[in-house]
Design a protein around this ligand. Structure first.
Ligand SMILES: [Zn+2]
Length: 361
């Protein structure tokens, strides 16, 4: 994942009116049923009455109103969950051509999560905060982010696999505090947001096995050895075996054994810290190390390497970004796997400079 500029979608005046009206209706409908009692079931008569009061049928039909028992909490308790199913949101608005084109431009045609280049037919518009709410085991766990369904900063250009099969409507937070119990700006999402901060602070790639790894956790571990983040970056680019717990596709260890042992001991003593790693959790939730994706990244690395060894020899004085541009200008898919490309080129560059004094003459 790399940082993506926040999109600005120029919805037509007609679409803006529709979006405003939809969000307003959802607000009114939810505040209407908000004071209804727990354990009440939403009946056909209730729905008909809501429609008679002027609420749109597609919202009323897709309104969720149920009482859930939170058995995993001690003591267990019941909570009213209200929200909407995905059918309440209009894809002809949030995924209209204007939105798709604007989002695609900002990602240069790549999935916001996995950075695979997408043909137009493979791409879809997903949500960072799910308008249908965070559900697990098909249960709605809390009021959803329905009002963010059409917000451009909540819309992501993404592939079907990342967006639907993996992420879906998951949206855990570090302290389990969600909107509306906390303010949006005070919420602590687990998922790295490609529009805010730098995703590379959390997730980076190992050019030896094309796997994503939790750079945030590696930094925390190496901080115990007195290394700053920029030092960890250099240390890892110098030798990919300094990334802890890395394996080949055949499950052979490729990290230094001493580092792995120290890292495992540290993890054992810092279980909570490991669990709160946004990098590790995002890799898992979006499926950044799924087999097909790692295979595609390995192929990308192979072609990158042949270009690197052929073309980059005369560009030692170029910046990292320029080197990446040189590589990627030659690829038909544009700028896919840019974060992996950055790590690979920096790693190879370090290896080249390490041997160059001996081979220069
Ligand atoms: Zn993807």
């Amino acid at each position: 994942m790399i940082a993506i500029a926040k999109p600005s979608i120029n919805f037509t005046p007609d679409q803006q009116v529709k979006i405003k009206a939809a969000v307003k209706q959802m607000n009114q409908l939810l505040s209407k049923v908000d004071h209804w009692v727990k354990y009440r079931l939403l009946t056909r008569v209730d729905r008909e009455q809501l429609m008679a009061q002027g609420f749109a049928q597609d919202l009323v039909d897709n309104l969720i109103y149920l009482t859930q028992r939170f058995k995993e909490e001690k003591p267990e308790y019941d909570k009213l969950a209200i929200g909407f199913t995905s059918e309440a949101f209009d894809p002809s608005l949030f995924a209209c051509k204007i939105a798709v084109d604007a989002l695609q431009k900002n990602t240069k045609g790549c999935c916001s999560w996995c950075e695979s280049y997408l043909e137009h037919t493979q791409a879809q518009v997903g949500h960072y905060r799910p308008p249908t709410g965070y559900s697990k085991d098909n249960n709605l766990h809390r009021r959803s982010y329905y009002s963010l369904a059409y917000e451009d900063s909540n819309l992501l250009y993404a592939c079907h696999t990342c967006s639907e099969l993996y992420k879906a409507d998951q949206f855990p937070t570090i302290d389990n505090q969600h909107v509306p119990d906390v303010k949006l700006e005070d919420e602590k999402p687990v998922l790295v947001n490609p529009y805010s901060g730098n995703p590379r602070d959390y997730i980076r790639f190992n050019p030896l096995n094309a796997m994503a790894y939790d750079f945030d956790l590696a930094c925390r571990f190496y901080a115990t050895q007195g290394k700053r983040k920029d030092e960890v970056e250099q240390f890892i680019w110098q030798d990919s075996a300094n990334i802890p717990l890395q394996k080949t596709a055949a499950s052979e260890a490729i990290s230094h054994a001493g580092i792995d042992n120290a890292y495992r001991d540290w993890l054992e003593q810092n279980k909570t810290l490991a669990k709160s790693s946004r990098g590790a959790m995002t890799i898992q939730i979006v499926g950044l190390n799924r087999g097909t994706l790692v295979y595609a990244r390995a192929n990308h690395l192979a072609s990158l390497w042949s270009q690197y060894s052929n073309n980059l020899s005369g560009s030692a004085d170029k910046t990292d970004d320029e080197k990446t541009e040189i590589q990627q200008s030659k690829e038909p898919e544009g700028t896919q796997y840019r974060s992996l490309t950055l790590d690979a080129i920096n790693t190879w560059q370090k290896a080249a400079s390490a041997v160059s004094p001996a081979t220069k003459e």
